[in-house]
Design a protein around this ligand. Sequence first.
Ligand SMILES: [Zn+2]
Length: 472
Amino acid sequence: MSNFEIVIGLEVHTQLKTKSKIFCSCSTEFKSPPNTNICPVCCGYPGVLPVFNKKVLELAVRVSLALKCETNKSIYFERKNYFYPDLPKDYQISQYKMPLGERGILELPSGKKVNINRVHMEEDAGKLIHKEDCSLVDFNRTGTPLLEIVSEPDIRSPQEAYDYLTYLKLVIQYIGSSDCDMEKGSLRCDANISLRRHGDTKLGTRVELKNMNSFRGVRAALEFEAKRQAKAIESGEKIIQETRLWDVDNLKTVVMRTKEQAHDYRYFPEPDLLDFSVSNELIEGEKALVGELPIERKERFLKEYKINQKEVDIILASPWLANFFEEANKAYPKSQELSNWLLGPFLEQVNALEKGFDSVKISTQKFAQIVRYFSEKKLNNLAAKKVLSLSIATDQDIDGIIEGEGLTQVSGEDQLSLFIEEAIKDNPKPVKEYLEGKEQAIMFLVGQVMKKSRGNANPQVAKDMLKRRIEE
Ligand SMILES: [Zn+2]
């Protein structure tokens, strides 16, 4: 393997987050029963006319800008002709000669720069469901808007391919153009891989890999294929340009078909859609929505909030969490305290909720209020966690919960002194032990005070008072 350099290029298809399809008003809802979101347009009936969905353009332009592509203002669609049972029109409306964006670049968190060859809009095909004795077709997905993102062959290892996909997904999720949910098929990836001897400038014969349904699957398929090609070249075999499928059960790639060329598709201009120009307003509007990319946001977080890199990485892995953290900071600018509570008790409780962040109702102000009350010793740790658990899915009034549950922390010495006296009187043995130098004995007494106050005492204050009172 070490004799060769691995050369990888990736083709990502991401489903743009629109309510309706690209050329008709059918819903893009994922869970609908088969063949219920269909109409004569997406089923390719004779005589129907496609109408372009403007939202597709907006979301696609946003990705093109985020990937620093040169965005073509002139929009031009073509027909890509091929027959397949899930393609009722026998052609796919796509962009070939003039893609929406060209010559972009994605800089990964590692500093590696991957050039983007092109991004273009197209419609998705339907879905075949293979049964034991027949195949069924569901046209619900036919006409769902896709953006294809093609990288240059700049990727040099299966792990780098994995890193590229992970970061590309984060960027697209951040700007809101797609959910990038591989399970729902809203992100799919094909890979091209070839080997060449170190120092060679000419690319080797590439093999296309399909059918990987996770990023880990992409990495595993590439690892297998690199080894297979290395072995073949070493033993004097010729690599054939072909498409191979990843067989996830047997962890190997198998031949699907020899690779077709672009001219096999007989691309020609889509006569039912007129060319048009993208307005400057639309581009400027989308530029504003791209905003800060995750890599830029990370640098700012490290500088602005002064929390450590590991914490920043966890917060930024979810745009939802990152926004929540930033908003909470506006209400209570103690970033470290907020981060501790967010990554600790908050995430713990979110994970226990059924639908994750979707079920979180607490406002950032109220979350910040709980953290502040803890810091000000108005709530002890246990009580603050309880208030959080009661408000996280409801956004109830925090003071109301504290009063209703009797959770106000007792840290006033007057209120505590009664419990302190009782604890000392009832437990002569630990008191004696403490006086004899056994530091630990004090914790037992603190426990007694906590119990008497029904958990509302401030343990630190109680400890100090106990020590003082015993030593008197
Ligand atoms: Zn339709």
